[in-house]
Design a protein around this ligand. Structure first.
Ligand SMILES: NC(=O)C1=CN([C@@H]2O[C@H](COP(=O)(O)OP(=O)(O)OC[C@H]3O[C@@H](n4cnc5c(N)ncnc54)[C@H](O)[C@@H]3O)[C@@H](O)[C@H]2O)[C@@H](O)CC1
Ligand SMILES: Nc1ncnc2c1ncn2[C@@H]1O[C@H](COP(=O)(O)OP(=O)(O)O)[C@@H](O)[C@H]1O
Ligand SMILES: [K+]
Length: 508
């Protein structure tokens, strides 16, 4: 477990810091250390001699900012301080007095502020406890409108540490220096427009204190390359054969959405799965064969509307012949009986897209509670709301935990910061992605990729949620790589499938 993987709430961070202080580390010494590290980073980013405005709050976030002000002053920058509060915490007040004694200009009102090139935001950190209003809200909006590069200490002032929600108003940072451990709020979708580029400042929190507060295996973790590589089906056994490397059945597509089946198939192809079968309506079988010549394409009887009406598996094949079934992309809502049939099977199952809409109609919780085997649900926010109308998704981490607990499924809530939970509340958050993926069809690719990976690891000890996290990470990294080469507008779902292999080449 590395510090990069660990995610904490405000309460947990306070407990961890409390242990460090109780063990004898002076609060002032830690502030000096933290702010020294931030100053070092700023010195690399901001050219010498430039003017930096430092925004100072009443607590220790403000204290950190004042130490940064002092350091930058001595390191040859022009510095001024904006500090509008009448009452400061004691340590913060001491640093404020000292900064004033050094002749650093201090201001209480925004209309008196000189111009500057950069801003450092130390108004509020972990301790923000209520909505920001009145003159402070006005000041934050004023700084946002100044269009300066802003470096936030710990988190942009105004964001809730756990949910990332904006409490009234919030600083829009260019870069956020998150102190010690990743705060959960920085990994929540609603914070993304505020945090800019996030960076962890490691100030040497002892691992023993982290484990005492979070347990040996923390419940909420960031997906990192290290975790991913551990759950990839690599290296392949030298004596494996195609049926030992997983057999995935994709059930997808319709006359109307034939492309979904192709995209899911190409996602599955990239996973390296040993055998791939794809059930589609008979009328699109030839099309699928031309795109995926290695796959076994199962043409099924179809409804008048061109949806699969029922599964017609070849010869002696039963659903139980497959290691995993992934069902849903492009099915339309006319395939209800098929979704019911796969849910009743004993085969590990991924439900996505239309299969989720059908599940919502037949009753999410009551239907899934009867299932004995692994189920993965991969909704985007709209599908999540249809499946779980009673669960609020403002806090997406809590939302997936609740949904997984209620259904016994692994739930993957797609979006800019995809969150995955198992029924016991173990959560993975995908903290690197690209808005280039916000295009029709990219989810279909993920379903195929995830199905192929799960099929290959079906008989292994790897927890399901780890494999789901690996698929999510791989998919996002392919998007990032594709966007680098083709621009953010160049990542159509088909192109995305072509970058999946390149990710592995780069990382393994
Ligand atoms: N002890 C240290 O030196 C360390 C300090 N750190 C820094 O300390 C911060 C936490 O410090 P604090 O606990 O003092 O908290 P903050 O500095 O985040 O702010 C708390 C203060 O703001 C006031 N406040 C809260 N909400 C307000 C609102 N809406 N309007 C006006 N006032 C409001 C509170 O009454 C309190 O005085 C961290 O975010 C980090 O920057 C740690 O990260 C590292 C160790
Ligand atoms: N703003 C964004 N940033 C990063 N990833 C995103 C963003 N928007 C969507 N995605 C990702 O793109 C994929 C979209 O999937 P989905 O909504 O199911 O689309 P479709 O059904 O059209 O394939 C998901 O993996 C999601 O996490
Ligand atoms: K801050």
């Amino acid at each position: 477990m590395t510090k990069e993987q660990i995610v904490v709430t405000s309460a947990q961070m306070c407990d961890i810091e409390g242990r460090i202080f109780a063990a004898g580390m002076p609060v002032a010494a830690l502030m000096e250390k933290v702010a020294g590290l931030i100053s070092d980073r700023l010195q690399v980013i901001i050219p010498k001699g430039r003017c930096v405005g430092i925004l100072v709050g009443p607590g220790h976030n403000g204290g950190d900012a004042l130490v940064v002000a002092r350091e930058l002053h001595f390191r040859g920058y022009q510095v001024w301080i904006y500090q509008p509060f009448s009452k400061l915490k004691e340590l913060t007040n001491q640093h404020f007095q000292y900064a004033q004694s050094l002749g650093i200009p201090c201001f209480q009102e925004t209309d008196k502020l000189p111009s500057c090139d950069f801003l450092v935001d130390g108004l509020f950190g972990l301790g923000l406890e209520r909505e920001i209003t009145d003159s402070i809200a006005y000041a934050i909006n004023y700084f946002n409108e100044s269009n300066k590069q802003v470096f936030s200490i710990d988190l942009p002032s105004g964001l809730h540490t756990d949910t990332g929600a904006v409490l009234g108003t919030a600083i829009r940072a260019t870069q956020t220096f998150c102190l010690g451990l990743w705060k959960q709020g920085l990994l929540q979708e609603q914070a993304l427009e505020y945090i800019g580029k996030p960076e962890l400042i490691d100030f040497d929190i002892p691992l023993a204190d982290i484990h005492t507060v979070l347990g040996e295996v923390p419940k909420i973790k960031r997906i990192t390359q290290t975790t991913v590589i551990a759950s990839l089906p690599l290296p392949r056994s030298p004596i494996t054969h195609k049926y030992k490397s997983g057999h995935l059945l994709l059930i997808c597509g319709s006359r109307r959405y034939a492309g979904s089946a192709i995209l899911s198939g190409l996602g599955a192809r990239a996973s390296g799965v040993g055998m791939l079968s794809i059930a589609v309506p008979e009328s699109v079988k030839t099309l699928l064969v031309s795109h995926l010549p290695e796959a076994l394409i199962i043409g099924c009887p179809e409804t008048e509307t061109g949806a699969i009406s029922h599964l017609q598996l070849p010869g002696k094949t039963h659903l139980s012949s497959f290691s995993v079934i992934a069902c849903g992309p492009g099915l339309t809502q006319d395939s209800t009986p098929i979704v019911q049939q796969v849910i009743e099977s004993q085969v590990p199952l991924i439900l996505d897209a239309d299969a989720l809409n059908i599940l919502a109609q037949i009753g999410t919780i009551s239907t899934l509670q009867k299932r004995q085997t692994t189920t993965v649900l991969s909704p985007h926010t709209g599908e999540f709301h249809r499946l779980f109308p009673d669960i609020s998704y403002t806090d997406r981490v809590k939302a997936v935990q609740t949904a997984a607990a209620q259904t016994g499924a692994v739930v993957l809530l797609k979006g800019a910061r995809t969150a995955i939970s198992n029924p016991q509340g173990v959560v993975w958050i995908n903290s690197e992605s690209t808005p280039a993926l916000a295009r029709g069809g990219s989810g279909d690719v993920l379903t195929g990729l995830m199905g192929g990976l799960l099929a290959q690891t079906a008989n292994k000890q790897t927890p399901i949620e780890d494999v789901v996290a690996t698929a999510t990470w791989w998919h996002s990294q392919a998007g990032i790589l594709a966007a680098e080469e083709r621009t953010e507008l160049g990542v159509d779902a088909f192109s995305l499938t072509q970058y999946l292999m390149k990710v592995l080449q780069a990382f393994t």
